[in-house]
Design a protein. Structure first.
Lengths: 257, 346
């Protein structure tokens, strides 16, 4: 799906990413975790081809990501950004319809309207469709953008890739789980997702692979069982923790303090 | 689907309105056709009737009709350039006159008028003929680049910087134009006064043909950009993820608005506020959906300027009020309304 070798990224003289390797298979759900300022969002930006600092060596579907044509690429991958604009004087349905922009010229086709409606149902914003976006709460705005990003990838192309930067911010418990369910369902259809998460327990429950970062470097990579050990986490976050088994799913459960 | 037919509906309605205003405008004026209406005369002009007196033909065809068409072309382009700039800067205060494009164009046009005589003979003939127009375009383009560089970094526009750089460019333009007025000869002085006030009185069919060509070129590129400008509201990076070539889009808007503003200034001087008023009214109806307001501003701009121009030449007849007075009278309060609305976010 996507392979990145030795990513380096620095801003002024400060190294934000140093020699990071990432590789993701079809159908994988990768969670990037780590303390504040570890470089999680920067890594996601570099992988999603947002930062063009030149010598990045990223292969998307066996082709350098910079060699892809922009419009074609937008049908294969989508990104949910951490800082969504607060000022979009449009109705919710118009914002979600933006996800279909790669597919039509002037006039949305039937598929576009269907994709828009379906995704608004899935993310539970359909009842808000005629509201003005600017009047929504933070969590509702997040769901609108989630809906937009998902609508962007509703097509027949096999193996799509979804980047999400802290999609659970501002969401209540129900919608946090719902959002992760949607992402999980998406990856079960041989698509892949790279998600920056803060909640380690949710990451352990949903992700196939975990990438733990600290100070711009990978400090552990592997399945949740491999990565979520007391030593790894205490060291990365500089905070004591205990690991036990989740009573129902048997995934690792992290208890801090 | 539904939204699209709604757009065509509004376009049709406003186009009909524009035609009605044009008809009214053609029949408005002090000249007496000896009992006939202006339409009879126009009909004869079109049929090539030989019984038509030369002065009747001149008034209807070369004065009124030419002026109406010019008002339609200039109004349309000023409004579309305003809407395009607002999409680029993501702010409803960005218009050619407020951010200094008009001043830049006027300044270089003034230089071409006053100093053009000294170097004109060294230039190729085609350039000589359109020297003022080309200078106005270059002036608009340079101011645009300057304002964009000063006010925008990392895809975010600082609105205060944008407006203040407009003020700075206008101040420079004002002082140099003042100096040029001081050193200019009599006939140049008349030309310069015309730029500063703005008027459609100098309309001719040759100018209209040039304006039509500019309009067609820029609309082919700009009018389909409604979706892209909507996506820009998400931020440049997210627009890129939606398959929009942001860098190319920005370049196209910068060049095309400079071209439109430059041509408008070259042929009609500085007519202010059209690019502010029209998008403001359309936003009240359609929010900021550029897929609607971009094509509709093309027609509403014409409606606004044609109405204003017809009033300007009829309310104090047989004299004429400078059209800029009317547009500023409408634009000023709207400027204040936008400021009040954005008081917190500016």
């Amino acid at each position: 799906m996507i392979k990145a070798h030795q990513i380096n990224y620095k801003h002024k003289e400060f190294h934000i990413l140093e020699g990071v390797d990432v590789s993701l298979e079809y159908g994988e759900f990768l969670a990037i975790v780590g303390p504040n300022g570890a470089g999680k969002s920067s890594l996601l930006s570099v992988l999603a081809n947002e930062i063009k600092s030149g010598k990045q060596n990223i292969l998307f579907k066996n082709k350098p990501i910079t060699a892809w044509e922009i419009q074609e690429l937008s049908k294969h991958k989508a990104k949910f950004s951490q800082h969504n604009s607060n000022d979009i004087p449009l109705e919710v349905k118009d914002v979600v319809m933006m996800g279909r922009y790669p597919y039509f010229d002037a006039q949305p086709r039937k598929e576009d309207l269907e994709a828009m409606n379906n995704m608004m149902y899935e993310t539970d914003v359909f009842h808000l469709k005629d509201r003005e976006y600017n009047t929504l709460s933070g969590g509702e705005k997040q769901r609108v953008h989630l809906s937009r990003v998902l609508a962007q990838l509703q097509n027949d192309i096999a193996h799509k890739l979804l980047f999400l930067d802290e999609p659970l911010n501002n969401l209540d418990v129900k919608h946090q789980y719902k959002a992760l369910e949607i992402i999980k369902k998406f990856t079960q259809k041989a698509n892949s997702a790279i998600v920056v998460l803060h909640d380690l327990n949710l990451a352990a429950q949903y992700a196939d692979k975990i990438l733990l970062m600290k100070s711009g470097k990978v400090s552990a990579y592997g399945t949740p069982q491999e990565v979520f050990t007391a030593e790894n986490i205490s060291e990365a976050y500089n905070f004591p923790c205990t690991i036990c088994d989740h009573p129902i799913t048997n995934n690792p459960m992290i208890i801090f303090g | 689907m539904k939204t699209q037919s709604k757009l065509y509906f509004y376009i049709t309605i406003s186009a009909i309105l524009l035609v009605i205003i044009a008809v009214w405008s053609l029949n408005t004026g002090v000249y007496d056709f000896g009992g006939k209406s202006a339409f009879e005369v126009l009909g004869k002009v079109i049929r090539g009737d030989s019984g038509l007196s030369l002065s009747d033909k001149y008034v209807v065809w070369d004065v009124r009709a030419a002026r109406i068409i010019m008002a339609i072309l200039i109004g349309s382009m000023l409004a579309v350039s305003g809407t395009g700039l607002q999409g680029l800067f993501k702010n409803p205060l960005a218009t050619g006159d407020l951010i200094g494009l008009t001043s830049g164009a006027t300044l270089l046009a003034a230089i071409a008028i006053v100093l053009g005589g000294h170097f004109k003979q060294y230039l190729p003939e085609a350039v000589q003929f359109s020297l003022v127009g080309i200078s106005a375009f270059i002036g608009a383009f340079l101011s645009m680049m300057l304002v964009y560089r000063i006010s925008t970094s990392g895809g975010k526009t600082n609105v205060v910087m944008m407006l203040l750089s407009g003020v700075a460019i206008t101040a420079i333009g004002f002082s140099i134009t003042g100096f040029l007025i001081y050193i200019s000869k009599d006939d140049q002085l008349r030309d310069l006064t015309f730029w500063n006030l703005g008027s459609l009185a100098a309309a001719t069919w040759t100018k209209n043909i040039i304006l039509t060509i500019v309009l067609i070129i820029s609309y082919i590129i700009l009018i389909p950009k409604g979706k892209a400008l909507n996506a820009m509201m998400l931020g440049e990076k997210d627009a890129q993820h939606l398959g929009i070539n942001v860098e190319r889009l920005k370049k196209q808007i910068i060049i095309m608005t400079a071209l439109m503003v430059g041509s408008c200034v070259a042929f009609s001087g500085t007519i202010g506020f059209v690019g502010l008023i029209v998008p403001y009214i359309l936003r009240l109806l359609f929010k900021s959906n550029y897929a609607f307001i971009l094509p509709l501003s093309a027609i509403f701009g014409s409606i606004l300027l044609l109405t204003a121009d017809t009033f300007s030449r009829s309310i104090v007849a047989p004299s004429e009020l400078p059209i800029g007075i009317l547009t500023a009278l409408m634009g000023g309060p709207i400027f204040i309304a936008i400021l009040v609305k954005f008081k917190k976010s500016l």
